[in-house]
Design a protein around this ligand. Structure first.
Ligand code: MN
Length: 239
C-alpha cells in the first residue's frame, strides 16, 4: 500500500539527479535509482540520459535482470545491472547512486592509502571500504563497465553489507534505505575523500574509530532532512 505522506519516489529521483550534478558527484554520466515501493521486486531508473537532464517522464521501471518491465522501447543504461544486482542481494537497500566522482577515484587505484571515515558526517563509511577489482573476476581487458548480471552480482558481493563500494579505475556505488539518504551518503563520501586526501598531504592524520563512526552515523541518519531541504531548494533555483 502506498503511504501518501511519504515523498513521491519519482519526484525524489529527479531532484536527486539534479542535486548530485550540482554537487559534482555526477556529470554527464552516472545514475541514481530507487526500488519501486509499489513493486519492490522492480526498481526505477531514468532512461539513458545525462542526469542533469532527467525529468519525471524519463523514469523507467526495470526488473532485477535489467529488463524494461513496461516494455517502453526506451534505451536504458548499460550499467543498470549495478542497481539490479544490489536490489536483489540487499533487501534493506531502496536507493543506489553510481558515479565516477573524481575525488573518490584516487582511492580506488592507489596502493598507498585506503578510503576511511575521517569526519563525523561520513560515519556511514565502514572501517574497510571494499574495492571491486574486475581483474579478480577474470575480466582482463574489459571496458570496466558493469554490463551484465554476472558482473553486477560480483559487485553486489563486494559491497556486502557496506554502504559504499569503490570500483577500481571506474568510480563508486553508494546505497541507502531511501533516495535522500543515498544522496547524503554520496555527497559526504566525496567530501570525506577530499578531506582525507588533504590531511594525508600534510602527513599523518587521525581517522574515526569504528565506534565514533557508528555513533556519528546514528546521529546523522536522522538529520539528513535538513540538508535535503536546502539542496532541493538550490536545484529549484538553478537555471
Ligand atoms: Mn560507471
Amino acid at each position: 500500500m502506498t503511504d501518501l505522506s511519504a515523498p513521491d519516489v519519482r519526484d525524489d529521483l529527479v531532484t536527486a539527479s539534479h542535486i548530485l550534478v550540482q554537487k559534482n558527484i555526477l556529470d554527464g554520466f552516472g545514475h541514481v535509482s530507487a526500488r519501486d515501493p509499489d513493486n519492490p521486486d522492480t526498481f526505477l531508473l531514468s532512461r539513458n540520459l545525462a542526469p542533469g537532464l532527467v525529468q519525471r517522464e524519463d523514469i523507467m521501471r526495470l526488473d532485477f535482470d535489467g529488463n524494461d518491465v513496461e516494455d517502453s522501447g526506451r534505451r536504458s543504461f548499460l550499467e543498470r545491472f549495478i542497481h539490479a544486482s544490489i536490489y536483489r542481494h540487499r533487501p534493506d537497500v531502496n536507493a543506489v547512486v553510481h558515479s565516477h566522482t573524481a575525488s573518490v577515484l584516487p582511492f580506488s587505484i592507489t596502493k598507498a592509502a585506503t578510503l576511511e571515515p575521517v569526519m563525523h558526517m561520513s560515519g556511514f563509511l565502514g572501517p574497510e571500504i571494499p574495492v571491486y577489482e574486475v581483474r579478480d573476476h577474470g575480466h582482463e581487458g574489459c571496458d570496466m563497465l558493469i554490463r551484465n548480471s554476472t558482473m553486477g552480482d560480483e559487485l553486489a558481493r563486494s559491497l556486502g553489507q557496506e554502504a559504499v563500494v569503490l570500483m577500481r579505475g571506474h568510480g563508486m556505488t553508494v546505497v541507502a534505505a531511501d533516495v535522500r539518504l543515498a544522496v547524503f551518503r554520496a555527497i559526504y563520501t566525496e567530501v570525506n575523500a577530499r578531506v582525507q586526501a588533504a590531511a594525508s598531504s600534510m602527513g599523518a592524520y587521525v581517522a574515526l574509530t569504528p565506534e565514533e563512526a557508528r555513533a556519528a552515523d546514528e546521529t546523522n541518519s536522522g538529520q539528513n532532512r535538513r540538508a535535503w531541504a536546502l539542496w532541493e531548494k538550490e536545484v529549484a533555483r538553478a537555471p
